[in-house]
Design a protein around this ligand. Structure first.
Ligand SMILES: *Cc1c(COP(=O)(O)O)cnc(C)c1O
Length: 395
């Protein structure tokens, strides 16, 4: 059976494991070699050349060196590529390493150093673009301002949906249409391939902070970009040159994480919906940001974004002081940044994840963001109720 014929849950368990039976193993092997024997001078040299210039190992060749290619990492890449309906994927040491490589590959040359970035974005991505650290120039815009923001030297359009932290949806196909020939990169970290496949809507590249839902247990950092083989050929040499490689132990954990991804995301989503609905009944909460509970002018809900997700945010009427009190009083939620793990987290975007974002684009200090985990939603609601000084049964 071809990957393309399998359902998501089957792919999550089986994709990227095609060579295991031949190796005579059932669980994913972890290959820690930093260097690899060369069959002979000629094929060793050819392998080096192929890998360093963005290709894959030639027939009968060698992986040469751990910064060029690793089989454990390559298995994770093909597993994730299958889930994202992509030809291939390229994994990196972190989400930010993945984004940096994309900027260098598509907006790192004199002919195209301009990036159009749809706000809001993850604080770190916004910061990387705003500082111009990698020699890029950025125009930030709204989802409907992409056409006007594109220039002759625009090399990449970047967007994130659902947006962080307000969970607004961006219509990918609409941005792709505005971008014309310019490749569009979608940060799919919040949605996961379970709820959204940006390549099906015309995006050229889909990026994940694999640290979040893909790993899913808060114990591994990683990043990955799924795309065509042609785009991967531009990303791999940058990874090889800059050295932002994913460690094989991390790749193992991420690949194992994929097997339960659909189950985790659906269960976390069901709880998030229950928590979000309860929050709408609370007088201390002036606004609940959760897809499906709000108007969706993008038209993406249900078609492009096929669920509602497990991230939510609320605005507290009491502002920053109320956020401070809530994050101090919670007992089941952990007051911490990051998201997408099996346990629930709560944080203030203005104070933490979006701290480096310029004042005009920074979220309101009264907003608190939650990543809903796998706990029983009744316990999460009870925890929020005691922390807000409210009644958990009032729902
Ligand atoms: C965390 C995050 C990133 C950055 O990923 P790291 O793995 O922390 O480098 C990028 N985008 C989004 C949406 C994130 O949540």
């Amino acid at each position: 059976m071809e990957d393309a014929d399998m359902q998501l849950d089957t792919l999550a368990v089986h994709a990227g494991r095609a060579d295991l039976a031949r190796l005579g193993v059932h669980a994913l092997p972890i290959d820690l070699s930093t260097t690899n024997p060369l069959p002979d001078l000629l094929s060793g040299g050819d392998s080096y050349e192929a890998l360093a210039s963005g290709g894959t190992i030639p027939e009968g060749g060698s992986a040469v060196y751990g910064r060029l290619w690793n089989p454990t990492v390559a298995r994770f890449e093909s597993g994730l590529a299958a889930l994202e309906h992509a030809e291939t994927a390229v994994a990196f040491a972190s989400g930010m390493a993945a984004l940096s490589a994309a900027l260098l590959a598509f907006a790192g040359s004199d002919g195209s150093r301009h990036v159009v970035a749809v706000r809001p974005l993850y604080g770190g991505s916004d910061h990387l673009l705003a500082t111009g650290l990698l020699g890029t120039e950025v125009t930030f815009c709204d989802p409907d301002g992409v056409r006007d923001a594109c220039r002759d030297d625009t090399g990449l359009v970047l967007l994130e949906t659902p947006a962080n932290p307000t969970l607004e949806l961006v219509n990918i196909a609409d941005v792709v249409e505005q971008a014309g020939d310019v490749p569009v990169l979608v940060d799919n970290t919040f949605a996961t391939p379970v709820l959204q496949n940006p390549l099906d809507h015309g995006a050229a590249l889909v990026m994940h902070s694999a640290t979040k839902y893909l790993g899913g247990h808060g114990d591994v950092l990683g990043g990955v970009i799924a795309c065509s083989e042609a785009h991967a050929n531009r990303l791999r040499p940058i990874r090889a040159i800059t050295g932002a490689v994913l460690h094989p132990l991390a790749a193992y954990l991420l690949h194992r994480g994929l097997t339960t991804l659909p189950l985790r995301v659906r269960a976390q989503q069901a709880s998030a919906r229950a928590v979000a609905e309860w929050l709408t009944t609370q007088t201390d909460v002036s606004e609940v940001f959760y897809p499906g509970l709000r108007e969706d002018p993008s038209g993406a809900l249900g078609t492009q974004f096929t669920g509602t997700g497990a991230m939510l945010a609320v605005r507290l009427g009491g502002g920053a002081a109320a956020v401070e009190a809530l994050t101090k009083r919670v007992r089941i939620f952990t007051h911490a940044v990051s998201l997408g793990g099996v346990d629930s987290l709560i944080e203030s975007p203005a104070a933490l994840t979006h701290r480096p974002v310029s004042a005009d684009a920074k979220p309101d200090a009264g907003i608190v963001r939650m990543s809903i985990g796998l706990e029983d939603p009744r316990d999460l609601i009870a925890d929020l109720a005691q922390a807000l000084g409210a009644d958990a049964t009032a729902r």
